[in-house]
Design a protein around this ligand. Sequence first.
Ligand code: HPA
Length: 267
Amino acid sequence: MVEKAAEFIRSKTDGGYEIGIICGSGLGGLCDSVENPIYVNYSDIPNFPVSTAPGHIGRFVFGTLGNKKVICMQGRIHYYEGYSPESVVMPVRVMKLLGVKKLIVTNAAGGINENFNVGDIMMITDHINFTGVNPLVGKNDARFGVRFPDMSFAYSPSLRKTACECANKMGITLREGVYIGCSGPSYETPAEIRAFRALGADAVGMSTVMEVIAANHCKMDVLGFSLVANKAAGMSNNRLTEQEVIDIGREKANVMQKLVRAVVGEM
Ligand code: HPA
């Protein structure tokens, strides 16, 4: 199924794409700055899952960014949409077959760390998979990777160093922290957020961890950024709404976009 999807995409694009970028909720604007874009809608790709989440368009954008050839995913697939963990990571595997070696994942997240403000960008240093599932459960496909992949350096130390240097040069304040991935779709309770803080999490969201597991499995270098879209449940007097997540994404997407573009140029 993965090979069929990749074959279809190969027939629509040229090759040489070594960098993949997954754009999270409200962060798809980055894809609009891709030069000489070729669009491939998920719905046209055989066997491909289609994202239905708010703020997600649902297509690949092939082109160049900072003089590098990139594959951008404008919209990702979430477990809470009802897809299997295997389907959630299928796009990562398709990108692998298309030649991607380095993957940048972005998301909108709730800030758990009390020092974080709404609008901050957090570089992900590590994650906690709290979804209760793992996309590698089932028969291992050795063409992608080993049965028990190491996750000690899930977020590439060298790419993180590059990102820090870019952010410094650009005067962008870059937070760092641990992302905890939950299944959703309900937001967390305040008690869950207190528990997650005690576990060492700095930001919480409903994506990313499965894709990063699959990317590590197939030996991609990963870099991840969370845009703090809201304070996590119980940390402000407000109720959480998906609209605020999308709105903050629009507002701060520019900064994230500039940073990702600069990092891609240095990758
Ligand atoms: N929790 C989970 N996912 C999220 C949040 C949150 O507070 N904000 C954006 N995505």
